[in-house]
Design a protein around this ligand. Structure first.
Ligand SMILES: Nc1nc2c(c(=O)[nH]1)N(C=O)[C@@H](CNc1ccc(C(=O)N[C@@H](CCC(=O)O)C(=O)O)cc1)CN2
Ligand SMILES: Nc1ncnc2c1ncn2[C@@H]1O[C@H](COP(=O)(O)OP(=O)(O)OP(=O)(O)O)[C@@H](O)[C@H]1O
Length: 180
């Protein structure tokens, strides 16, 4: 897919991304019921920004179940994300493009990832903001479980996959879980 076509798809999906009231709580309930991480899994989350679906209720619930959490620090372009230890209440610091990352420098390697995205399809195809950050990061963690999180309005017919794209194992939305 050309960069111009990807940019057009990003704009289209961004314009209709608008989580309905209760979406965050519904998403958390679907994940915990239909696709809970195995006991002891270290969760790779992210701090939501803009109109992304809010995964903080899910992160709180996973913390309550005893899971360790990690959130990404965004390095300069071309490098993979660096996951850092985080627990509810811990300090955050601002990063590029409206991102927030743990203020601590303590690294923590997740093995069960909540993956943000702009557009997804039912085959696990994913389009992000274009930094290539998650593609590079997932390539280094081939054994990690990859759960995309989004509003159902972010589904498209097909996200054309390129060789570096790593498909999601499942996608959780406010309407339920989609297995690939
Ligand atoms: N909530 C959330 N956190 C996330 C992501 C996400 O999609 N959602 N990411 C998903 O990947 C990573 C951050 N992705 C990014 C993708 C692109 C640029 C970017 O275009 N940066 C510009 C500079 C922006 C600026 O002016 O500050 C650049 O590099 O030129 C930044 C971060 C990690 N954290
Ligand atoms: N594993 C990788 N190794 C090297 N370059 C990569 C890798 N993955 C992606 N890239 C490069 O990163 C750039 C952005 O890729 P792409 O448009 O697929 O990002 P995205 O999936 O939208 O963003 P993100 O993964 O940050 O959410 C492309 O130029 C791509 O070639």
């Amino acid at each position: 897919m050309s960069e111009a076509a990807k940019a057009a798809l990003r704009r289209l999906v961004l314009s209709r991304r608008d989580p309905p009231p209760g979406a965050a709580e519904a998403l958390a309930a679907h994940v915990l019921r239909d696709c809970p991480p195995p006991p002891g899994a270290v969760i790779g989350g992210f701090w939501p920004m803009g109109t992304e679906i809010d995964i903080r209720p899910l992160l709180l619930a996973l913390h309550g179940r005893g899971h360790l959490l990690a959130l990404p620090f965004t390095p300069p372009r071309g490098r993979p994300l660096e996951f850092r230890a985080w627990a509810p209440g811990d300090a955050l610091a601002p990063g590029p493009m409206g991102t927030s990352h743990p203020a601590t420098a303590e690294g923590r390697e997740p093995d069960w990832l909540l993956v943000p995205l702009l557009a997804f399809d039912r085959r696990g195809g994913r389009l992000g903001y274009g930094g290539g950050y998650y593609d590079r990061t997932l390539a280094l963690m081939p054994r990690a479980f990859r759960l995309g999180v989004a509003c159902l309005a972010q589904e498209v017919e097909e996200v054309p996959m390129e060789p570096h794209d790593i498909p999601l194992h499942a996608i959780a939305t406010e309407q339920g879980l989609l297995r690939v």
